[in-house]
Design a protein around this ligand. Structure first.
Ligand code: F6P
Length: 396
């Protein structure tokens, strides 16, 4: 920690954006601690993401309840509220930029920290370009966050490890439940991850618990209904039960979502959910086999009681490092590089390299023939899940 006279004088503003995770508030705690350790001046927060910035819905650190701040690291949801709000390119329409500029000037902000995923990094990119264009002296910094793990360059994203940890423990529980009857069911577990199969791939960890997932479907590989039914029929004939894990965003060979609910958000993303039930109904109607669909839904991003200690720590550190953006005079997102023996290096990468881009699960981890995640993925994911002591059920 720096002496008072060594600290940089700067006013900073932090906001949370996009879907919540179990650990986004740990990043907020990192921002608060990093700011206090390294800067003098005031730390402000925008409520409900960029909406608060546009509408001057700003609060200061001093106004927050200190007893709540102490518990931030283990609290899910977004403490400050979030938004999915897309800024138009400023050369097309700058009216929201002008409102933001007014707020930035009012609080004399020279470090802006946005905590979010690829859409939020698009907001970071656009704001950074705008401030450069008008020559306003401010550093814009991103703190990565998404359970989907689909941000470019960074080895992984805060939120992913905890969500995966929850998914693995939920799948293990469902697996044991399905052993109850001589004739079990086909359980279909639907996992989030709009465009990618990173979260779904975490099911490979069941192998380490001596359990078996029969089929895995991810958005990176096209889904064929007929082939699916043949495989399910065969599995049930052999085992009288089965477990299928499916990403919410699986697509057919035309590139269309297998289930499309049509509702979209401001980034034009379709609101997904329900494909597990759709497939369960398909099995029942075509094969007359008992099924149960389980949609893990928001539990996987909010069940912080199960959060990964590694994920919490990394989310905190990413937030802490972001507060050094002014001192290092950088713009861009904090990114992780994995070194040997799982130590992490932190650096900043340009917004343009992450904004609106998607990092897909490499197909080297997926076996198209058997519809399984390959064992090699265990090496990638295991360190992110945190301490696995006490992770197994007593009988295993
Ligand atoms: O932030 C990404 C994500 O978690 C996706 O996996 C999912 O499709 C989406 O958010 C759902 O968000 P919401 O429930 O907020 O619409």
């Amino acid at each position: 920690m720096k002496q008072e006279n060594q600290k940089n004088y700067v006013n900073a503003l932090y906001l949370q954006s996009g879907g919540p995770t179990s650990v986004i508030n740990a990043s907020m705690k990192g921002v608060i601690d990093g700011f206090k350790d390294n800067s003098s001046g005031n730390l402000y927060f925008s409520l409900y993401g960029v909406d608060g910035l546009i509408n001057d819905n700003i609060i200061s650190l001093d106004s927050l309840d200190k007893s709540k701040l102490r518990k931030l690291e283990k609290t899910p949801g977004t403490f400050l509220g979030s938004a999915r709000h897309r800024l138009k390119p400023f050369l097309e329409d700058d009216h929201e930029y002008l409102k933001i500029l007014e707020v930035i000037k009012k609080y004399d902000i020279h470090l802006l920290i946005l905590n979010g995923g690829n859409d939020s990094m698009d907001t970071g990119y656009k704001l950074n370009e705008y401030f450069k264009y008008i020559n306003y002296p401010i550093n814009v910094v991103g703190v990565p966050k998404t359970i989907d793990n689909d941000l470019m360059i960074t080895d992984h994203t805060p939120g992913y490890g905890s969500a995966s940890r929850f998914i693995v423990s939920a799948l293990a529980s469902i697996y044991l439940d399905n052993l109850a009857y001589r004739n079990g069911k086909i359980n279909i577990v639907e996992v989030m991850g709009r465009d990618t199969g990173w979260l779904t791939a975490s099911c490979v960890m069941l192998q380490t618990l001596g359990m078996e997932v029969d089929l895995v479907y991810i958005p990176e590989s096209s889904f064929d209904e007929n082939d699916f039914l043949v495989r399910v029929n065969d599995i049930y004939a052999r085992k009288r039960r089965g477990m299928i894990v499916v990403s919410e965003g699986i697509k057919n060979s035309d590139g269309d979502f297998v289930l499309n609910n049509k509702a979209t958000d401001s980034f034009n993303h379709v609101q997904l959910g329900g494909v597990g039930s759709y497939l369960a109904n398909l099995i029942t109607s075509k094969l007359n086999i008992k099924t149960r669909a389980v949609e893990l839904s928001v539990l996987q991003r909010s069940y912080a009681l199960q959060a990964s200690n590694v994920d919490i720590e990394e989310a905190y550190t990413a937030g802490y490092i972001a507060t050094l953006g002014k001192e290092f005079n950088v713009d861009g997102m904090v990114s992780f590089t994995r070194e040997k023996n799982y130590s992490l290096n932190y650096s900043f990468i340009p917004f343009a390299e992450v904004a609106n881009k998607i990092k897909y699960l490499p197909l080297k981890y997926y076996d198209e023939e058997t519809k399984q995640i390959k064992k090699s993925f265990i090496r990638y994911i295991k360190p992110l899940l945190g301490s696995l002591k006490d992770f197994k059920y007593p009988i295993l």
